[in-house]
Design a protein around this ligand. Structure first.
Ligand code: NAP
Ligand code: GCO
Length: 267
């Protein structure tokens, strides 16, 4: 590495999907601070508008587009519009995602398919849309937001775990298939992060105690806390920058040490 400029994203266009708030917003904000031009999408205009305002409040001029990442025609149209209005996408962060917490035998096939569609099929669709221009440009970076559930199962998240496990292998396959074009595809596997998606797992109980799952995660995390979306910014900037040009097919777990820890003995 020549110098710290290797971590710079100056002159890069970064598309972060589903980034009006939450982890996507934090990753996009960190990339903006590293010099990237930020493009994001969300499924509703009102959320795109809210996102643009939130980025402006953070001093970031972001470009927002309304697009359902599951709709291949809409994604292809959005990418073409971004290339025309902003520039070729150098960095793609497949962040948009949903979860449905339902015991598997009670889950409808339609619900299962919807989670697979957003969390696995959509990253395929968006990556497929951006790779041709990355090849023409001489390279690019793809970061897929995986999960602890790319490695572990737990009750009620069968569809999500299947999707995120598949996303881990899609990440490795894109790395394998397009590495020769100087495209690096890696994943970030966040631990348990305090966002709207995990709010139900952190609800204070009627008696004022912490949610049992909240207590469980605190016991399982050496850091003794839930992650903040901002904890993912640095790892994302690293994987988006030239500093990681020989890192490919990695799932970087940003989990406060959950993977390494058997868990604190209950008091
Ligand atoms: P979140 O708060 O629920 O935000 C998800 C974002 O994705 C929202 O902006 C949502 O927009 C957007 N989205 C959902 N479906 C979409 C679609 N079809 N097209 C376009 N945008 C869509 O989730 P988060 O906690 O920030 O998580 C972001 C990513 O990290 C997800 O992939 C999640 O699986 C993953 N992750 C989260 C955690 C965690 O602990 N929070 C840990 C590991 C991995 P709408 O509001 O319009 O639906
Ligand atoms: C759950 C949580 C997790 C997190 C994340 C952990 O219900 O277990 O929502 O799945 O979202 O994926 O890495």
């Amino acid at each position: 590495m020549k110098d710290l400029n290797a971590f710079s994203l100056e002159g890069k266009v970064a598309l972060v999907t589903g980034a009006s708030y939450g982890i996507g917003f934090a990753i996009a904000s960190a990339m903006a601070k590293a010099g990237a031009t930020i493009v994001f999408n969300d499924i509703k205009q009102e959320l795109v508008d809210k996102g643009i305002a939130a980025y402006q409040e953070a001093g970031i001029k972001a470009h927002g587009y309304v697009c359902n990442v599951c709709d291949e025609d809409a994604v292809n149209a959005m990418v073409a519009q971004i290339e025309k209005e902003v520039g070729v996408i150098d960095v793609l962060v497949n962040n948009a995602g949903i979860i449905k917490r339902i015991p598997m035998i009670e889950m409808s096939a339609a619900d299962f398919r919807q989670v697979i569609d957003v969390d696995l099929n959509a990253p395929f669709i968006v990556a497929k849309a951006v790779i041709p221009s990355m090849i023409k440009k001489g390279g690019g970076k793809i970061i897929n937001i995986c999960s602890m559930m790319s490695e572990f199962g737990r009750e009620t998240v069968s569809a999500y775990a299947a999707a995120k496990g598949g996303l881990k292998m899609l990440t490795r396959n894109i790395a394998s298939e397009y590495g020769e074009y100087n495209i690096q595809c890696n994943g970030i596997g966040p631990g348990y992060i305090a966002t709207p998606q995990t709010a139900p797992l952190r609800e204070v109980q009627p008696d004022g105690s912490r949610h049992p799952f909240d207590q469980f995660i605190i016991a399982k995390t050496p850091a003794g806390r839930w992650g903040e979306a901002e904890d993912l910014g640095g790892p994302a900037v690293f994987l988006a920058s030239e500093a990681s040009n020989f890192v490919n097919g990695l799932i970087l777990y940003v989990d406060g040490g959950i993977h390494a820890y058997i868990g604190k003995q209950p008091s």
